[in-house]
Design a protein around this ligand. Sequence first.
Ligand code: NAP
Length: 258
Amino acid sequence: MKKIIPQQRIWLVGASQGIGLELVKHWLAQGHKVIASARQAEQSAELTALRQQYGAHLCCLNVDVSDAQGCAEQAQAAWSIFEGLDLWFYNVGAYQPMSSSEWSWPAFIQMNQSNYLGAVALMLPLQQLFQEQGHGRWIWNASLASYFGLPYAGGYSAPKAALVNLAEALQPELAEQNIQLQIINHGFVRTRLTEKNTFSMPGLLEAQQAAQQIAQAIQRSSAFEIRFPWLLRVSLSLLKWMPYAWSLALTRKTLRTD
Ligand SMILES: NC(=O)c1ccc[n+]([C@@H]2O[C@H](COP(=O)([O-])OP(=O)(O)OC[C@H]3O[C@@H](n4cnc5c(N)ncnc54)[C@H](OP(=O)(O)O)[C@@H]3O)[C@@H](O)[C@H]2O)c1
């Protein structure tokens, strides 16, 4: 017998491309109501086509998470669209691999804003709204990269690690307010972010496969951390737990020779 899933009001921030866009399609097909946000969500051809298909179940809302004032206003706007939210899913991410000769302040700023501070800019106005509502769920898409800093990827992984650390700190207090906070640490997915990688990516998933795994996992699991794939997770966990003399000797071997 097909399981009936109660309809949810979902705000997905980072919804115009890649994993986010596939999650929008998945949730709409399941009958949920979705607010899709990105910098140009209202102008997105893919989201416009979905609006024609799903009507009032999809609403597009432009949000730039690097604009804290705009985030406060758009959080209120998102809240009023379906008169509250059951799930806020933070999916924004930026990635720019850099060697020391390529370090760039604007790139570090962009990754900090997208991968960490944007979630803070939105949680500040949202917390009170969820608390007054008396229930809700927040899910933040981090990355397995948060487990251990790897050569050239520190600008991406450092704010992801900060996001996870913040979630650990907030989870108990939010749980007392009946707000469930979860993080997702997953591996490589073929999107415009991983197009920048020149190495072979173990366990690479298509965006649609990743979205399906995420949607299924959050439907089944109330665990604080949702993580996949298994092999990459175990490998990065080992790096995290072994003595630094060993882990750093291993990551040094991955430096490019050119
Ligand atoms: N791909 C992977 O291998 C992988 C692995 C682990 C974790 N992740 C995480 O999964 C999430 C989705 O990644 P993806 O690979 O699907 O990336 P993506 O295709 O680049 O999608 C990122 C989304 O975030 C939006 N976004 C970017 N900057 C924004 C801003 N300042 N304000 C509002 N929205 C913004 C983008 O829309 P606009 O640019 O149109 O605004 C887009 O909708 C990210 O958090 C990423 O770190 C990805």
